[in-house]
Each structure stands twice: as C-alpha cells, then as structure tokens.
Design a protein around this ligand. Structure first.
Ligand SMILES: Nc1ncnc2c1ncn2[C@@H]1O[C@H](COP(=O)(O)OP(=O)(O)OP(=O)(O)O)[C@@H](O)[C@H]1O
Length: 715
C-alpha cells in the first residue's frame, strides 16, 4: 500500500510531466490507429475512383500526423524518463532509510541474502515495471480500446469476431497466471536461499576450511542449485506457454477475418476500402493484444517484487522514535531499570521485574551464569529493545521519550561481535567525527592497546580492512571496537564481554583502562569473569532473568551467596600471561564431588596429572560420537555444548565457562561422547586422561566409587 501511495504521490508531484506523458501517449496511439483507418478513404475515395486530389490530401494529412506523432514519441520518452527516474530514486532512498530505521528484531527476522535480493533483483524488476512494463501496458491497452472502436465503426460483424478472438487471447494466459505467480515466488525464494548459502560460505570460509565443512557446503550448494534448476525450468515453461498461446490464437484469427471479409465483399455488404482498412487495423489491434499478453508475465514478475519490497516497507520499527522526542543532556546522571520485564517474543520472558540504579560516573558489572539475562539488560540500556513492562530511564526520562540521535551520542555499546567496515582503520575509528585529530586517534588506540599493533601494519592507520575485519584476530577487532567507542567520548559506555577474546595480559590492561575511565564515564560491563567484575563499584548478579544479589565485591563475598559460589568455581587456577600454561590447585579440585574428602597431599598429587590444552574459536574439544578418554576443566574461555537433534541439525544446548568441567565419564569407560564441546573464543582447559586417572584410583579407590555413584545418579 505504502509503495502504491508513494508512486502515485510521485506522479502527483510531477503533474506537468504526467500530463505531458499522457498527452504524448494519446497522440501516438491515435496516429497508430488513424493511419490504417485512412486506407478506407485511400481505397474507396482516391485509388478506386482514381482521384489524385483526394489522394494528395490524405497523404498530406498522414505526413503531418506522422510528424506530430514522432514529436509526441520523443516528448513521451522524455517525460517518462523523468517520472520513472524520480520514482525509482525516491523508492531506493526510502527503502534504504527504512532499513536503517529498523530495530534489531527486524534483522533477526529477515536473512541477509533475502534483504539484499530485495535491494538488487527486486528493485531492478520494479525499475522495469515503472520504466517499461506499466507505460507499455497503458499504451497497448489504450491502443486496443481505440482500435476496437474504429473496427466497430468500420464493420461491426467482423469487429465482434475479432473482439471474441482478442478476449480469448487475453484470457488464455490468465488461466496460467496463478501457476506463473507461484513459480516466480518459488524461484525468488530459491534465489534468496542460494544467496544466503554463498554469503555464509564466504563469511565463514575460515571456519568451513578449519572444520573441514566443504563437503557439507558443497552438498547444500548443490541442492540449492538443483532446486534453482528445477524451479527455473518450471518458470521458463510457464512463461513460454503464456507467450505462445496468444500467438496461436492470432494466426487462426487472421484466417477467419480474410474468409468472413471476402464473404461480406462478395455480398456487397462491405467496401474494398473498408476491408483493407479493417484488415490492416485488425493487425495493429491484434499486435496490441499480443503485446499485452507478452507484458503480463513481466507484470506478474515485477508484481511479486513489488509485493516483496512493499512488505519490507510496511514493517514498522519495534523501537520507534517518539513524536516529540527530548534531547539527552551531555551531563547524564543516573541510568535506571525500573521494574523492567522483557521477552524477545510474546511467549518468552528473559527479564522479570528487574530494578537497578547505575549512578553517574560509577563502574557497574553485570555477572551471572550464561543465559541469565545480563546482555539483555545491557541491550535495554542501549535501547536496542523496549521493555514489555516497566521503563529504562536516563536522568529520570524514559528512554522511549529521548531522541535516538542524542541517545546514540552519549550511550555507546561495545559487543563481542565487532563489525568493521571495508575501509581504512582510520575511517573505522573516526566514523562520522570528521574533526578528530591524529593525536586523539593515537591516544584512544593506545588506551585500547591497539596502537602498537596498528603501527606495525605497513600502512598504519591507513591500512584497509577487508572482509569486514575477518582477516584480523578476534582480539584485534575487539580492541579496535573499544578504541572506536572511546573516541565517541560516551557518557555511558556499555561493554558486553569485551575481554573474552583477549589474552590474560591484554585483558589485565583493558581492566586497568576501565578503572581509569570510571568517573569521567559511567561504565556497565557484562562479564562472566569475576576477576574483572571484582574491581567494579557495584555488581549486579543475574540468575534466570532476575537480579538476585547486588553490592561491592567484598560485600558479595561476605554474603556467601550466588556470587561467592561463582567466584569459588572460577578460582584456584594459575594461568600464564599468554594463556598457554595452566595449573590447578589441589584445594580447587576438592570442590569436585569425586575428589572431595581427599587429603591436601593427595589433591596436589592429582593436580600434577592435569595437562594444559588450548583451543581456537571454532575448534572442538570433544566431538559427539567419538570415544573419549579425557576429563576437562575449563580454566578460561567460553565453550558451546552442541548436540545433533533430529529435524533441527546441530544446536547449542548449553554454554560452559571458566571453572566448569565436563567429560568425567570418559575416565571410567569407553563410551561415545554424547555431545560436541566447541570453543566459541580462544580458551584454555586442563585435561586428565584415563591412564592417569586409573593410576590415581589404584591408590585412592574411593574416588572411583564416588564417580561411579554420581554418574549412576545422573543417568
Ligand atoms: N535475540 C534473541 N532472541 C531470542 N532469545 C534471545 C535473544 N538473545 C538472547 N536470547 C535468550 O535470552 C536469554 C538471556 O540471554 P542473554 O544473552 O541476556 O544472557 P547472558 O546472561 O548475557 O548470557 P551469556 O553470558 O551467555 O551471553 C537466553 O536464554 C538467550 O538464549
């Protein structure tokens, strides 16, 4: 609807050109009908009676009419160029800005390939519709109507026969229209699906190679291509049939007209001039009819694109700008979540009645187990979503009433997924802040511990980023994102697990930086690593969408609740600065049920049997189905537990982080692993193999029985 209104408003806006275009079209069609009609007079009034004067008069009129028609054609083309050009330009700009206004759920709903197809082939199709198909349809329809009127005036019986044939010519393709429409939609969807496969293959080429997934992708691509072939063939045959049927009808009609015309002349019910004019004009009308049926498949094709683009334009942002939006002041005070309840969909609830205050200039940490709602709360503070109930406030103003420009000016979010644009490092850091000096750039990059790295690149800050930063390491991208955020000098800096991809030494530097930033900026850091959170002024502990504890590190340790439990789980390890060598303390092992109750000497002895293993993002620690003989404790990192579920493929069923352990069953017997554990970022684990374990249990048999018992309880 919006799309139709937009096109009509363009025609109205350029009314002069619209009127000129219509006038030119009328003149062109009128001449195209009048020229064959004139044969009636040329034959009956000039050639048969051999009257030169009448002949020259008609010839003169035809020449003048022809000249007017040529000028009208040129004028029509020019005005159509202006009208269609402006319409397409406005539509492209509208679609582009509409996408930019969309909220996060929109980009989760539509796949990249689908959206880019709407911008590329759907837009080209609409361009064809506006520039060619619609004007031609208008012209041919007018030509058929005017031509038929002239034919009825010449000889109504012949005209009636021709009309019946023309209607048949138009209706026949209609019978196939539904099939053609369905075939076009199916082909478009298949094109979008294939684009997605290619997009994923290009973006994920490193993971695909690293995990040797080429065959799976070749199969997927092969099946997409096969689908495109089948659907393309169906589309081709349906379109061809739609074109061929009218042609066949036209051939039969010609024969019929000659027969009936000859009969009427022999019976002196029609003159030779009338017949000549009728026959020539009927060819023009039939051509118009055939053109109309040629245009119909094109029209259907672009009609589908029209709907697909229109559908996107109809989607309203779920986080809309307020009508009379207020501007956030530079000196923003407290941010607050006020009894906030939120769910990503109507049927789920990720945050329940959460209330928390973030004082101006403070350093606040959100901690809690994976999936407890920390990142969700952070995204609400950045107003990427609006709460279902309650409000997110800045300076006692509901974020829903604040202009997006001022909110984005003073609130910056840095997430784990850093997107870099395919331009220079400098442009990626500066973005729209053209006034920034090289010195400011250097200072921000130094704070984010990335300056030295940039300086080592051959073109320094002018180094080009390729593949959206895919050639840089996760840590480098993350540090660039921090530098970019610092350059924006935000009042509220929101950080979502920003140190998760960094080595321990760089993590310590970034933690130091956060302490320096406190005061001048308000900081909220989501982290699962409690060593980072411990230095915050205020810590909120999330559990299943609720804030269960809050306070400073000493207060929470003192309380001995959830935070204390998480802290104990994460501690008791030693890790080298580069994250390559780890060790566990005997005391920490006693927290595992099957080692509890052992003397400290025994625990230290067991601790010495653990070996360090490091994993890069995307690497599997264990693979579902393979037989395992090792037990693991995560020292540092984030690992996804993935299982093959019928009908859904491989999905993440749990996330393991610092201090979590898995795989103990492998210490006892050969059983295939029941899930894959894959590193989501680089991580370090400690492992113990069965051979070592059996050596230990020979001396401490109770370990084995406790483990047997706990596994029995679990199964
Ligand atoms: N875009 C989304 N759509 C639907 N559900 C989501 C979306 N993002 C997160 N969730 C779900 O919301 C819940 C809370 O997620 P959230 O990311 O806030 O947790 P978290 O505490 O930050 O966890 P993590 O440390 O693993 O990032 C989880 O169950 C998660 O699966």
């Amino acid at each position: 609807m919006q799309l139709t209104t937009m096109i009509l408003s363009q025609l109205w806006k350029h009314k002069l050109w619209t009127v000129l275009f219509l006038l030119a079209l009328v003149l062109e069609v009128a001449y195209a009908v009048a020229a064959p009609y004139s044969l009636k007079f040329i034959m009956d009034e000039a050639l048969i009676p051999r009257n030169m004067e009448v002949f020259l008069l008609i010839l003169g009129i035809l020449l003048i009419g022809g000249t007017i028609s040529v000028v009208a054609n040129l004028l029509g083309d020019y005005s159509l160029g202006i009208l269609s050009g402006n319409t397409i330009r406005t539509l492209r700009a509208k679609l582009f800005s509409h996408l930019q206004k969309q909220s996060l759920p929109f980009f989760q709903q539509y796949r990249i390939g689908d959206l880019t197809t709407r911008f590329s082939s759907d837009m080209s199709s609409i361009e064809g519709l506006v520039r060619l198909t619609s004007p031609s349809l208008l012209k041919e329809s007018f030509s058929v109507v005017l031509g038929l009127t002239a034919l009825f005036l010449l000889e109504w019986r012949l005209a009636l026969a021709l009309l019946a044939a023309s209607l048949l010519m138009m209706l026949a393709p209609k019978l196939l229209q539904k099939r053609a429409e369905a075939a076009t939609i199916a082909y478009r969807d298949a094109q979008a699906g294939f684009s997605n496969t290619v997009d994923e293959m290009i973006k994920g080429h490193r993971t695909i190679k690293g995990l040797h997934q080429q065959e799976r992708f070749t199969t997927r691509g092969g099946s997409d291509i096969k689908g495109l072939f089948t659907l393309g063939f169906r589309l081709h045959m349906t379109s061809s049939l739609m074109e061929r049927i009218p042609l066949a009808i036209m051939l039969l009609t010609n024969g019929g007209l000659i027969g009936l015309g000859g009969y009427l002349i022999f019976r002196e019910m029609m003159s030779i001039g009338d017949f000549m004019a009728f026959f020539t004009l009927s060819l023009t009308v039939a051509q118009g009819g055939a053109n109309l049926s040629y245009l119909i498949p094109d029209f259907i094709d672009s009609g589908v694109s029209f709907r697909r683009v229109g559908e996107v334009l109809e989607v309203e942002p779920t986080v809309p700008e307020a009508g009379n939006a207020k501007t956030l002041q530079q000196e923003v005070g407290t941010f607050r979540l006020n009894q906030v309840t939120f769910g990503y969909s109507d049927t789920t609830t990720q945050l329940r009645n959460v209330s928390l205050d973030i004082p101006s200039g403070s350093y606040v940490a959100f901690v809690g187990s994976s999936g407890s709602g920390k990142s969700t709360a952070l995204q609400l503070l950045a107003r990427f979503y609006d709460p279902r109930e309650g409000a997110v406030m800045a300076d006692n103003l509901d974020l829903r009433t604040i202009s997006e420009v001022s909110l984005r000016r003073y609130v910056t979010l840095v997430t784990q997924e850093t997107f870099l644009f395919n331009t220079t490092i400098r442009d990626n850091l500066v973005l729209d802040q053209s006034g920034l000096t090289d010195e400011e750039l250097r200072v921000a990059a130094e704070k984010a511990k990335i300056h030295a790295v940039i300086e080592r690149w051959p073109d320094g800050y002018d180094t080009k980023v390729h593949h959206e930063g895919g050639t840089l390491s996760g840590g480098e991208r993350q540090r660039l994102a921090i530098a970019r955020a610092l350059l924006r000098k935000p009042r509220l800096l929101l950080l979502d697990e920003v140190t998760s991809a960094l080595d321990p030494a760089t993590e310590a530097d970034i933690n130091k930086l956060l302490l320096e930033l406190r005061g001048a900026h308000t900081l909220v850091s989501v982290t699962h690593r409690l060593d980072s959170a411990a230095q915050a002024d205020l810590i909120f502990v999330f559990d299943q969408g609720v804030v269960v504890e809050s306070g400073s590190h000493p207060e929470l340790m003192e309380r001995g609740g959830v935070y204390r439990g998480l802290w104990d789980k994460q501690h008791g390890f030693r890790l080298s600065e580069d994250g390559r060598h780890a060790a566990v303390q005997g005391e920490r092992l006693s927290k595992l049920a099957f080692f509890s109750g052992l003397e400290s000497d025994a625990l230290e002895e067991i601790a010495a049997h653990f070996a360090t293993e490091t994993f890069k993002a995307g690497e599997d620690v264990v693979t579902e189905g393979e037989e395992g003989d090792k037990f693991y404790i995560i020292v540092r990192g984030r690992f996804e537990v993935r299982k093959e579920i019928e009908g859904q493929g491989e999905i993440t069923v749990a996330v393991l982080q610092d201090g979590d352990h898995f795989g103990e069953i492998a210490l006892l017997r050969d059983i295939p692993r029941t899930a894959t554990v894959r590193a989501s970022a680089s991580g370090t684990v400690l492992s113990m193999n069965r051979e070592s374990f059996l050596g230990i249990t020979a001396r401490y048999p109770q370990i084995r029985s406790v483990l047997e018992q706990s596994l029995l309880e679990r199964s």
